[in-house]
Design a protein. Sequence first.
Length: 364
Amino acid sequence: MTKYKLAQLAEIKYGKDHKKLGKGSVPVYGTGGIMRYVNDFIYEGESVLIPRKGSLNNLFYVHGKFWTVDTIFWTKIDSKIVLPRYLYYYLSRIDLTSYNVGSAVPSLTISLLNELVLDIPPISVQKDVVNKLTAIENKIKINEQINDNLIQQITVLYNQLLKSEDWPICTIHDVAEKVALGPFGSNIKVSTFVSKGVPIISGNHLHNYFLDESEFNYITEGHARRLKNSIVYPHDVVFTHAGNIGQVAMIPDDCKYQQYVLSQRQFYLRCNEEKVIPEFILMFFHSLRGQQELLSFANQTAVPSISRPATNLKKITFRCPPIYVQAKWKDQVHPLINQYLNNRKENETLRDLRNLLVKKIISN
């Protein structure tokens, strides 16, 4: 191992404004990821992108042509000393938030980053590490691609069912056992969080069709009991009513916990399963029409929100086949959903393995 300052390994560069660029195929990266595609590039090659402002630990490895905005740095790396992908893995395990120099907005500076000291092994060792980690990441990508295809198949079967007959129109109120909101913000504070207990569902857990259970904050079971109207269980369908409105995810059967509590920006639908199957409702709200219905109640204020979410959700109409027809549809899609969830679980295990390997590499 040889110690280097980051300045000896890479030249850190500022991003530039992208607004005057035309449309194209070159990705533009901000702190949150790809923002758009343009017809010019700031650099071509391998690089590690390091946030300048915002989510300081959200690093990216890129290869090829790219552009970065002024909230994220890009790097020109000396690949004779360190492989760009190895540098990405190394830096991704450093808590860059501990180097924050901002007040209102978390921030990093080039001068601060240049002084970071890294222990770098010979190139041969780096190649071995990168090959192992790349194999894991490739498997994760394959599973993600398979899951995209599985969702497409489920969507096709959903659309075929809707088009097979002119099914009667129902409202969500007709098929709901319960619709309720998360608690007022004052009822769940950071000061009430504990290391173990009842997990809190926020918008971060609703990015996909089914609840993402990667990381949670928790409150005590006693605290959760006092918020019993905001407790959710498997088969409940959870929505966001403020912030990233349009998010919809179902809590699956094989979830990690018996119960969850919603945060203040979420609300939920508990279906009467004698009238409608939750997976059918999930697909409706992920359809174009379902999203249009949901977002028709949006207020375009400083923070996008759905007005009177519980009341207005009940007003939404959809075509509802008889329950026995839905049950046959569920028999078709159930194996696809199981495979989707199994692939997602495998990816969680693979990510944990990748992170463990990177941690060991750095510590050694």
